[in-house]
Design a protein around this ligand. Structure first.
Ligand code: SF4
Length: 640
């Protein structure tokens, strides 16, 4: 018995209708903890060579962590993994809600799907009973609508994942949806589930999870809830959730605006957290065991219709809002709803739409090819593009593979303002004068994503106790000094170990990040749950190992992978910010190389960003090092 874990992996080969239950290897739990660690380990060990991300050989993995489903704050996170259709490399995405705990209560720490069902299907997991059932009647239905239908038939005890038309049609930024508004949005994980002909997964678990010391867990869990509630930011942060940061991001000139043409927008107060409270919110909505429900459920009223929707959170506000110049919070919420129903990641969708609109403005795509006039600041334009994309109709066929592929296809200089890294669209922070945050995006292992490391406060303030301190600190939108580029790597690397550690444990990081919830709680809870004593720094070391592993997977999978895959979009290196606090700033190619040189050296990677053999061995990844000569990346002579 492995305390803290359900103890089994559920493996289903959908082509063979072969269902296997495997004991969770103890060594894997010890060496990789769970969640993202399990995803990386399984992908490295089991992904066949040259796998097509949308082919039957790709793996769809859902994994919880040792703290998922436990009596402690915010223990409802689930991690998903695959070879990414967006990047061709390592891919994972995280989701809140209740799915991971339900999977554990059903008896499984991890679900691994391979193959392809012979017809559109629903995967049912009800404790030990597993069934793949025809679901042709749901195919073509929106994600939220499909969940509603399934809940009607199955009841509230089932936790349900669905995909929308975007996942069915293999869109590179298709997400999976759960609990009417929680998404695993990134890397195209929804397209991988769709490629397996799985429309939905329904889980009901009635078992329990073995715990080392149940009485101590009860006491420590209670203490943890009490301490979260006593944090100074507790009552201030929850009402607006992540949207509360919008004002500050704009004030420091980091708000993506008009396809990242600029980073400051004078319409910010119409789309911030206060606007959500004023115009949308009905109630807060949270994940499993969460004391700080950051989801904002509300009603959006627009000229196109009225919808109930969870959101928008900050990333959606910035990419579908300011980046598309949409200055009505209700319109952003409506576009959010359309993305949720179609099954599109709001981050990538916002970047792709804003790129397409800029192409139209510049005459690089003509109106006839689009099918109608599309423009910035117009909800109807954005909704039109989203529907074309999800259904692969008209211009949607060009946009379906993401902004990198679309720009490569039409050329004419449009690559310069296709805002992505490695093929994954850039999320909610513009950072031409935030070199640490820029480096974080450049080196994020799944492509441009903020959740891997967030050092914007450090870039701007030198040091900051917490995001909350920055939010409440006063300051206008005055011109900021040019940030120093050197010396950024250490902070980025530390953040890249810290934030993903929560994804290994299966819990939400926001209580720690936003409220300053102490790490001692996590050390203590981990020990009473698993019986294993690990210090926070030992856990961080495991997180560091996983970072080397995920980079190795991309180096193995992506032909020609190397330094050039870490460069930011040309716009950031050639177009100074035209206005706002960072007016006149951009980052030069020389500065980008300084950032990368420092980062690679500190990581123990070669000058092309490939983990060195000695580095892999240092972290116990001898099996990974042994395969290095066969990777598809650029191996430089000094690293052989
Ligand atoms: Fe979920 Fe938000 Fe709570 Fe985190 S803070 S567990 S994302 S509701």
């Amino acid at each position: 018995m492995l305390n803290g874990y359900a103890g089994q992996i559920l493996r289903i080969n959908l082509s063979e209708n072969d269902i296997q239950k495997q004991a969770l290897p103890v060594k894997m739990a010890q060496d990789f903890l769970g969640g993202r660690g399990f995803v990386a380990k399984i992908l490295f060990d089991e992904l066949p060579p040259d796998t097509d991300p949308l082919g039957p050989a790709n793996l769809f993995i859902a994994a919880s962590g040792p703290l998922s489903g436990q009596f402690m704050p915010a223990s409802g996170k689930t991690h998903f993994g695959c070879k990414s259709p967006a990047t061709g490399g390592y891919g994972d995405s995280n989701m809140g809600g209740h799915f991971g705990p339900a999977l554990k209560y059903a008896g499984y720490d991890m679900l691994i799907l391979t193959g392809r069902a012979d017809q559109p299907s629903l995967l049912m997991i009800e404790d030990e009973r597993i069934a793949v059932k025809p679901a042709g009647d749901l195919w073509g239905m929106g994600s939220l609508s499909a969940e509603t239908e399934l809940k009607k038939g199955l009841g509230e005890d089932f936790q349900i994942l669905t995909i929308g038309p975007a996942g069915e049609n293999g869109i590179a930024f298709a997400c999976i949806t759960h609990d009417f508004g929680r998404q695993a949005g990134r890397v195209g994980i929804g397209a991988v589930l769709g490629s397996k002909n799985i429309k939905a997964i329904a889980v009901k678990g009635t078992g329990s999870i073995p715990v080392h010391d149940p009485q101590a867990l009860l006491e420590e869990g209670r203490r943890a809830y009490r301490d979260v509630r006593n944090k100074p930011g507790f009552s201030g942060w929850t009402p607006e959730g992540t949207a509360g940061i919008t004002e500050w991001v704009n004030r420091v000139g980091a708000l993506p605006t008009k396809n990242f043409q600029t980073s400051y927008w004078d319409q910010h107060s119409k789309i911030n957290g206060a606007a959500i409270l004023r115009e949308l919110k009905i109630t807060d909505k949270g994940c499993y065991c969460c004391p700080t429900p950051c989801g904002k459920y509300g009603k959006a009223r627009t000229g196109l219709g009225e919808v109930y929707v969870e959101g928008p959170e900050f990333e959606t506000i910035s990419l579908l809002g300011s980046n598309c110049l949409m200055d009505e919070i209700s319109e952003i919420a409506y576009a959010n709803y359309i993305c949720d129903e179609l099954g599109l990641d709001t981050i990538s969708a916002g970047v792709v739409c804003s790129w397409a609109i800029e192409c139209c403005e510049k005459g690089l795509i003509d109106q006839e090819a689009v099918g109608r006039d599309v423009k910035f600041g117009d909800l109807a334009s954005v909704v039109y593009l989203l529907e074309c994309i999800a259904k692969r109709e008209g211009i949607g066929e060009l946009l379906a593979r993401g902004v990198k592929a679309a720009a490569q296809k039409i050329g004419q200089g449009s690559e310069a303002f296709a805002i992505h890294v490695k093929g994954l669209e850039w999320s909610g922070y513009e950072c031409r004068n935030a070199p640490g945050m820029m480096l974080a995006y450049m080196t994020s292992d799944i492509g441009a994503h903020h959740a891997r490391a967030w050092v914007l406060g450090h870039d701007l303030a030198g040091s900051a106790a917490s995001v909350h301190d920055l939010i409440v600190s006063e300051g206008g939108a005055e011109k900021l000094p040019k940030s120093e580029v050197k010396g950024r790597a250490a902070k980025v690397i530390a953040s890249q170990h810290l934030r993903p550690l929560f994804d290994l444990l299966g819990i939400c990081r926001l209580q720690f990040m936003e409220l300053g919830f102490e790490v001692e709680h996590y050390e203590c809870l981990f020990e009473v749950v698993t019986g294993r004593k690990l210090t926070w720094s030992q856990m961080l070391s495991i997180s560091e190992k996983v970072w080397h592993l995920t980079r190795s997977i991309s180096a193995r999978e992506i032909k020609g992978f190397g330094r050039s895959w870490d460069y930011p979009p040309p716009r950031f290196m050639s177009e100074p910010v035209p206005d706002g606090p960072n007016q006149g700033y951009c980052i030069s190619r020389r500065e980008v190389d300084i950032l990368l040189d420092e980062y690679y050296a500190m990581r123990g990677w070669d000058r092309n960003g490939i983990p060195k053999t000695e580095t892999l061995k240092q972290f116990g990844l001898e099996d990974v090092a042994a395969t290095r000569q066969n990777w598809a990346c650029h191996l430089t002579p000094d690293a052989v």
